[in-house]
Design a binder for this molecule. Structure first.
Ligand code: ATP
Ligand code: MG
Length: 182
């Protein structure tokens, strides 16, 4: 099995090869699958990451979820030690560029308890079919997932080339329930 470090490097290289047009096609396929899924349709409160750079686009999903009157929450990074707040947004314009250039809410006024989330859409660099997930190495999402309800759905969004036969999982890594890919 590859190390997390080598998997992260490999996936970043593969992502760089996709043209903007190719990526838009794949993003549209993923968008349709999310919006038409049972988990999405039957959820009241949704958590989703805000895509940045060459991640699977979530901006379109966020806008649709707001139109569908979901309670939509996104991460606001507090610090490496404290992790992230989960904050509701009511409009896409509530998102502003944060410390790392990533769009996030300005403040945590509409902070949502992790226990209230019905479905979480997660970023990641690599996934496997057991629910294994490798992120960017911050441990932010592993710590977040610990606080969600056991019966909430945890779903990764990824391109097909990010799915491996098996990715390394450590003690603190949380298995997810499924992946939506192109
Ligand atoms: N439950 C936890 N409690 C404390 N520290 C944790 C926990 N989970 C992860 N960490 C810290 O985060 C570090 C990075 O974890 P890991 O390599 O799994 O990140 P990742 O899964 O790629 O990141 P992310 O979860 O943000 O996508 C770990 O070495 C550990 O120090
Ligand atoms: Mg992890």
């Amino acid at each position: 099995m590859e190390s997390k470090k080598s998997i992260r490097r490999l996936v970043q290289e593969r992502k760089d090869v996709l043209s903007k047009g190719e990526r838009q096609n794949l993003d549209n396929i993923i968008f349709d699958k999310v919006i038409n899924s049972y988990a999405y349709k039957n959820s009241h409160t949704i958590f989703i990451f805000v895509s940045y750079n060459n991640e699977v686009d979530t901006h379109k999903i966020i806008k649709q979820a707001l139109r569908d009157k979901k309670i939509l929450c996104v991460p606001k990074i507090i610090s490496k030690e404290e992790g992230m707040d989960i904050v509701q947004i009511k409009s896409f314009e509530d998102l502003k560029e944060g410390a790392y250039g990533i769009l996030e809410p300005d403040d945590s006024e509409l902070k949502i308890e992790e226990k209230n989330i019905d479905v979480s859409y997660l970023p990641g660099l690599a996934f496997d079919r057991r629910g294994g997930r490798v992120g960017y190495g911050g441990g932010f999402y592993d710590r977040f997932l610990l606080k969600t309800r056991k019966n909430s759905k945890k779903i990764g969004l990824a391109y097909k080339f990010q799915v491996f036969p098996e990715v390394p999982m450590e003690e603190h890594d949380i298995f997810i329930d499924g992946i939506i890919t192109d």
